[in-house]
Design a protein around this ligand. Sequence first.
Ligand code: PHE
Ligand code: ZN
Length: 887
Amino acid sequence: MRTDSSPQTIFRKDYTPPAFLVDTVELGFDLHPERTIVANRITLRQNPASKRRDIVLHGEDIELVQLRMNGQLLGKDDYLLDHATLTIKKAPAQVVLEIETLCAPVQNTTLSGLYVSNGNFFTQCEAEGFRRITFFPDRPDVMAKYTVMLRADKASYPVLLSNGNLIEQGDLDDGRHYAKWEDPFKKPSYLFALVAARLVCQEETFTLADGRDVLLQVWVEEGNLDKTDYAMQSLKNSIRWDEERFNLELDLDRFMIVAVGDFNMGAMENKGLNIFNTKFVLANPRTATDIDYAGIEAVVGHEYFHNWTGNRVTCRDWFQLSLKEGLTVFRDQEFSADMIGTDTGRAVTRIDQVRTLRQAQFPEDAGPMSHPVRPDSFVEINNFYTVTVYEKGAEVVRMYQTLLGRDGFRKGMDLYFKRHDGQAVECDDFRAAMADANGRDLGQFERWYSQAGTPVVTARTRYDAVKRNFDIILSQRCAPSAGQQDKLPFHIPVAVGLLGASGQDLPLTLEGGKHAKGATTIVLELTEQEQIFRFRNVDERPTPSILRDFSAPVVLEYDYTDDELLHLFSHDSDPVNRWEAGQRLAMERLLKLTAQVAAAGGSDANLKLDPTFINAQRAVLTDETLDAAFRELALILPSETIIAEQMDVVDPQAIHTARQFMRRTIGAALKEELIAQYHANQTPGDYSPDALSAGKRALKNLCLSYLMVAPDMAELKLAQQQFEKAGNMTDRSAALVAMIHSGAATGPYLQNFYEDFEGEALVVDKWFAMQAAAPTTNVAAVRQLMAHPAFTLKNPNRARSLIFNFTNANPSQFHAADGSAYDFWAEHVIKLDAINPQVAARLARAMDRWRRYAPALQAKMKQALEKVAARAKLSNDVLEVISKALA
Ligand code: PHE
Ligand code: ZN
């Protein structure tokens, strides 16, 4: 909670090194839910890099009981204490501080610092949670060695965990026990963690590449031990992968994953003690979908990979967050792709990444919270754990690999660790390692870190049949964003191929290029505002395939004809661009149809969909040489959100009507093929989450959803049967979602599903989520669901399942003409803010794009924003989001 009146903006340029460094930290915890005593003994010494002599410790929501300096008790006159800091002026050069504080974990609903979840103790310290546990210079460039003593009631908290190695444990009086942990590596405070809980674990000894044995554990509540196999398998795969791909080995004797039901984010990479949202640990076929399994693999990998990219080498300050997050997302993306192993499998993961960027990052880049990958300022750092820092950050890292090649990228990584192991560094240091290891000048590449906004690359082409030259003229621009009026050209890798008339890749000869003979994809480097690239020896006018594999996070404009797109859609050897051609064909039509619906006052009566498009869809659907997973992606129409981003004035109802019309029309026209593919892509036998099986289920369930847009009795029956006979959650939930979306009477099915899974929190989340996101669910229905006994605002997963899925995934209802859903939004931002500001601020962002809606909606959205802004007691988190939206 904000305790002073005006929130402060913090600027990157104001960075100064810490006045004091910390060498060792000894923490003692006497854990009680209401009253936990923390004894903290730290040794500090003056930082030679700083001239300041004051010790400044952060502290928030904790009570100072006692403070000693070099053994001497300090009185109130010896230090300054306010709501955020404890300052000791003109401290001696070497200091031992002993600080005793009190906190109340059970009252802590923010889930930052030390808190209680389902009767167990957990901590969350990133970004600035450690200061809610004890007074400390809580900044990532202060790295120290930690020893931790935990004491708690043995019956209630039989398991006591912290970072590093367990060095001692035993019983105490009064039924309490203790455990002492020591982390051999120095670390920033944000990586500290403890768990005191009633939990059980799946464990295994695992042999590393160098022959060392390590202990791996996955800790969960007792009833969930049947859901830990996949997390454990993913952990082992991650360890192997990092050894093989980057020669990075686990540096501890023990590595633990702990699942907790109340968690603000996905998971946290605390040294040796990763704490996870249950959503990214628990899975069995009955409760988890293919998407859940993929999420577990990715997040387990992500947190594990942080051990090197984040923990061994950490961030100098929070503006550098993407240094660890962008890099680690890239690493987890590569891991997931390598786990599938096939080229199309890899492409399918890439397409998913592109969809995420367009769905969430491009809108962020164009909205009021727009910021560079390395922000220049913030009010609340928690608001900057964004798709820009994470996913665009990963794209920036990927571009190094595209520009330098896999080997060059690996050389850069090796140099990065050689130079910076054990240090807290900046994004620029990573870039320098990449440049120096490869003898490349990557000076201009810096703009990817400093300039916000999505670059637009425009391509024009010309063919000279006599000279057999084909020119691609690329130019770039980037719209202004907050504080950045004019932007300088980016260094953009644009991967290009040329298709001949029969769809084959033409061998490429780039004028002035030094590419392997016979290459069919070449990475053009666009560094100027406009550049001409000339291909020689081109015998026929080719169809250009530009931005293959989505080689840069940009919008590509090129005046493709329908024929060219159809050609690419059926032949491009680059699966990402093949998919992209289909998306362009669909988008063109969706925008036209949307305009027609709007002009017809919302009616879809006179809409038409051309047979060309339908035939192209049919061809992909029935092409069994293509992976099911790819076919599914090729058949999904761009989402309503992505369509909205293409419009100057957004009309959510018209978009929904047009898209539904298109889906209904495709469903009817391809009915026979959809039914055939539905049956051809069954996955009988034991459930397996592997990519091939998951792809089949995805395609089959997409077929079902098309058939269920306007189902007849037989189609309804198909869905009902799938629901009843499903041997896994993927099929069961897909059938139920299809029924809900069709508007068919689903009451008994929903009831049945709920009763079957009442005791499975993550499945109850799904139950809320699928209703919240259905276009048949209006705000009144959401309010009714909130009254359900299983609903609570206090659990972030539950709050997100119902509220966020409504505000973010159900645009036609969220933007109901009467504005009633906006009032609902304002009410819940305010309610959530009193409980958990981080979660509230995420909800607040549902209004980011308010200025783009039709005037009537815009006015109502503004009113709702102002209603929130007018509240006297807002957190900095929400205040920052709302004031930027209104600015
Ligand atoms: N650092 C975590 C991750 O990306 C995310 C996180 C941030 C978790 C802040 C909790 C709090 O892996
Ligand atoms: Zn991360």
